[in-house]
Design a protein around this ligand. Sequence first.
Ligand code: GLU
Length: 430
Amino acid sequence: MSITTLLSEMTNKQQEEKESLNLFFSTQTVIQKALTKLGYKNEMYELLKEPIRLLTVRIPVRMDDGTVKVFTGYRSQHNDAVGPTKGGVRFHPDVDEEEVKALSIWMTLKCGITNLPYGGGKGGIICDPRKMSFRELERLSRGYVRAISQIVGPTKDIPAPDVYTNSQIMAWMMDEYSRLREFDSPGFITGKPIVLGGSQGRETATARGVTICIEEAVKKKGINLQGARVVIQGFGNAGSYLAKFMHDAGAKVIGISDVYGAIHDPNGLDIDYLLDRRDSFGTVTQLFKDTITNQELLELDCDILVPAAISNQITAKNAANIKASIVVEAANGPTTLEATKILTERGVLLVPDILASAGGVTVSYFEWVQNNQGYYWTEEEVNDKLSKVMICSFENIYQTSQTHQVDMRLAAYMVGIRKVAEASSFRGWV
Ligand code: GLU
């Protein structure tokens, strides 16, 4: 082989690796595959490969020291053929346009999988809430709503919490929107405090959805959840409640992590102690001397691995070393497409993010329904409805993967994209 061919092959390989880490690119790749499998023409892909609307805003915020800082924010609306768009708003230093766009497409897929009457949306602000005061966060949240108010609303696009945003931030945003419109608009946003029209069960919904996926996955694999060894990467909203639910179900949580590192105990960690000591950003490992790295955590000997932190954690580099036989993605995009292939070939059952993390938006939908009807359900009613949706979605995707002989990720995309494609064609858009 000539040196030029060798070099160009290396560049191709490097290029592939780079593309595999790019969430937007890999989302488009799987969407194209799913639409082809479903028999749609390229025109449908042309419509669905990008959001229909993306708004970039600049938000001036008066900081506590009297200076003004200008933040950049986004709101992306993927497609509204099925209904209003829906999805969270994240506050994070790494937010960027491509990520927000990819995440809004995933919301379409999540809503398609769970059969909710929504399209996908997502928002984000480039900021570090860990370095901002309570009042600065309030001013930023209100400024964001003023900046995007033209394109959002209870029947247009409904925001919700996401990374580093919570019910307090939803409360400020709801209040700002209600003031702008001059009437109370609880249905503008979900994930609110209960007293402002939030739903019972919304706080724990994502973790409950992941738990149901784990319960269904162990049945398929013939594993007993009692005593099964679980490793959870990330101790935020999803990871921490999940640790609790797994512990309560009799599983052994042997490893957890946060942004600073990971802790491991083959005999099972003291989950109640960890929950008690974690801070509001989900950090707890700094209290321990004996820690391991996040990478070491992923490769621990266990039965069930749940990446519940950030994207691109399981890649071509470490997929062969993953020991779990079930991987359930509670985070968005934790496994690259190359790693998905490696894990599937090794017989690992991978439950993809757009299914596993769909519990949050499902209960957000219940919250919106309750706001619209002004009549509120008990926690049991909400959990029961969530359970039905998740079990049915899991089974549908599992069966699709068996029938079409494809991995669960492609199956989930096929199920998720079908509804928006059908709605777009009935509307005569394609
Ligand atoms: N941010 C969550 C997600 O990515 C929830 C979205 C919602 O509740 O609308 O699924």
